[in-house]
Design a protein around this ligand. Sequence first.
Ligand SMILES: N[C@@H](CCC(=O)N[C@@H](CS)C(=O)NCC(=O)O)C(=O)O
Length: 229
Amino acid sequence: MSVLKLYHNPLSTNSRRVWIVLLEKEIEFELVPLKLNGDQFQPDFLAISFFHHVPVLADADFHIIETLAILDYLEAKYPAPALLPEDARDLAIARMVQMVAVNELSPAMSPLVRQTFGGAGDPEKLEKRRLQVAAVLRFFEGLLGDSLRDSFASRPFFGSSAMTLADVVAGVSVTWLPELGVSLDDYPKLQAWSERLNSRLSWQQTQASPELVEAFKVQMKQLMKPQQG
Ligand SMILES: N[C@@H](CCC(=O)N[C@@H](CS)C(=O)NCC(=O)O)C(=O)O
C-alpha cells in the first residue's frame, strides 16, 4: 500500500486542516510542500490540482482536491478515532460549523490578512469584514454554549465531547484571529476552546514558524505595493 501524500503550503489554512486530521488519526503520510510562488501552475501539479490550489491528497493514483472532500475521505477510510458525531443533530451542528467557517468566516478574514500583513485596505470595507467576523464568532459562541439545549453546556467541542472535523476547520481560522487584531476576549467559550485546540500536539506540530510568517509579510508587502501606489 502506498503512503498518502499531502501537497501543501505551511501557511495555507486549508492545508493545515488536512495536516491536523492526518496527525490526529495517526495516518502515515508524506508532506509535499509547494511555495505557491508560481510552482502551482507547473503542468505536473496542474495535472493533479485542476484549480492550482493546495491542499491535494494523493492516495496512490487517486487525487482529491477541496479540503472538505479530503476530510470526508479520511473520515470514511480511517474511521478511528471518529472525528464526526453520529447523532443527527450533532452531525448537523458539526456541518454547520464547517460550512460557516468556510463560507462566512474565511472570506471575511482574507482582507484582514491582507491588511495585517500587507498593510493595505479600504477602512470602510475592512470594518464591514470585522462585523462579519464578529457575527460568526457570536454564532459559534452560541453553539458552543447552552443556548440550544442544556446538555451543550458541558461539551467542550462543537456537537461533541471530543474534537471533530468542525473544530479543526473552524479552529484553524479562529485561532488566527488574535494575530489579525481580532480579540476573543468577548467570547469566553471560544477563547477556552481555542486554548484547548492550541494545546494539542497536532496543532503545535503544524503551527507556522515565526520565520515563515515573517517571510510571508515581506511577500505580502511586495504584492500590495502596486495597489497602495
Ligand atoms: N476551496 C479550496 C480552496 C483552496 C485554496 O484556496 N488554497 C489556497 C491556499 S489556502 C491556494 O492554493 N492558493 C494558491 C492558488 O490558488 O494558486 C479548498 O477548500 O481546498
